[in-house]
Write a protein that binds this ligand. Structure first.
Ligand code: ZN
Length: 307
């Protein structure tokens, strides 16, 4: 632990109550426990589920202090080192993309608060409203924008892409259905896209969420970890630092997310940044940065599928 870690943990604890009400998903009351909500509400997992067996390989020491402005990279490649160039391994493969939340969720609180079986012994709300930036930029807008950009790039490289949603006109679907889309497609890989809503002062950065369990069994859990590492490595090239408030090196493992628990295919979540932090929000709102992010995510799939 560094000097920075203890105050950060203290701040996290102090602000936990606020985070529960305002995290990714932004729900109040029971909604705070739902799958898509408050990815940072699972703060009880922070100290115990940060991949103890893999910490030595998660080289970027980005959780001990705010990440450096440039990611560690070979000296000959300064920006988007592996994310440049054509994708060569996604052709003919099937990828499922889940844009978190939906535009109609806030107006359908009864429907999205219905409890569903999220797997792993967890009951959760069907879906949640999602968070938003202080200026009103909504998480459901961001997630769809990114999902569509990733989709376009993957399709251009010959992949078959299935989308959980392709507009923001409806509500849900429930987390059970979000997992079922990738399962039914027998996807080679799947990703649920989010942005976080952590209110802790100075809380910045992205993190990828790996499954602790999966309906597909231990093989799917292991494959998901590989996918998550590949996506993490690529997103680290975009200039968004790895999270300084949750997980380790931009990764955390969780067993409370239905979208992961119920998956029979390799799947991870990504929280692309913190919408409640001004620097992160400016990046999340920047179309040029979102294009870099989408390219990085696509390259992460490509790297994974090459393995
Ligand atoms: Zn979310």
């Amino acid at each position: 632990m560094t000097r920075a870690a203890a105050p950060a943990r203290a701040a996290l604890a102090v602000t936990l109550a606020l985070v529960v009400a305002a995290g990714c998903g932004g729900g109040s009351g029971s909604a705070a426990s739902s799958d898509q909500a408050t990815d940072t509400t699972a703060t009880t997992e922070v100290p115990t589920t940060t991949e103890p067996s893999t910490t030595t390989t998660d080289a970027p020491p980005t959780t001990e202090a705010p990440a450096p402005p440039a990611p560690p990279a070979p000296p000959t490649t300064r920006s988007l080192p592996a994310a440049t160039g054509p994708l060569t391994h996604v052709a003919g493969r099937t990828i499922a993309l889940d844009a978190g939340h939906n535009g109609g969720n806030a107006a359908h609180s009864a429907e999205i608060n219905a409890q569903v079986d999220a797997g792993n012994g967890v009951m959760k709300a069907c879906d949640t409203a999602g968070t938003a930036g202080d200026d009103g930029y909504a998480e459901f807008q961001f997630t769809l924008s990114v999902a569509q950009a990733v989709r376009d790039e993957l399709v251009a490289s010959g992949a078959h892409v299935v989308m959980v949603r392709d507009d923001s006109a409806g509500w849900g679907p429930c987390i059970t259905q979000r997992a079922a889309v990738g399962n039914a497609a027998h996807a080679d890989a799947a990703l649920s896209i989010h942005a976080d809503g952590n209110l802790a002062a100075g809380a910045r950065g992205f993190h990828v969420i790996l499954p602790a369990v999966a309906a597909g069994g231990s093989g799917v859990v292991a494959a998901s970890a590989s996918l998550g590492h590949d996506i993490r490595d690529q997103v680290a090239t975009t200039g968004m630092p790895a999270s300084n408030y949750i997980g380790s090196g931009g990764l955390i493992t969780r067993g409370d997310l239905g979208g992961l628990n119920l998956s029979t295919v390799p799947k991870v979540f990504i929280e692309c940044g913190n919408m409640r932090q001004a620097t992160d929000l400016a990046m999340l709102e920047d179309p040029a940065w979102r294009a870099r992010l989408a390219h990085a995510i696509a390259a992460g799939f490509d790297t994974y599928l090459a393995g």
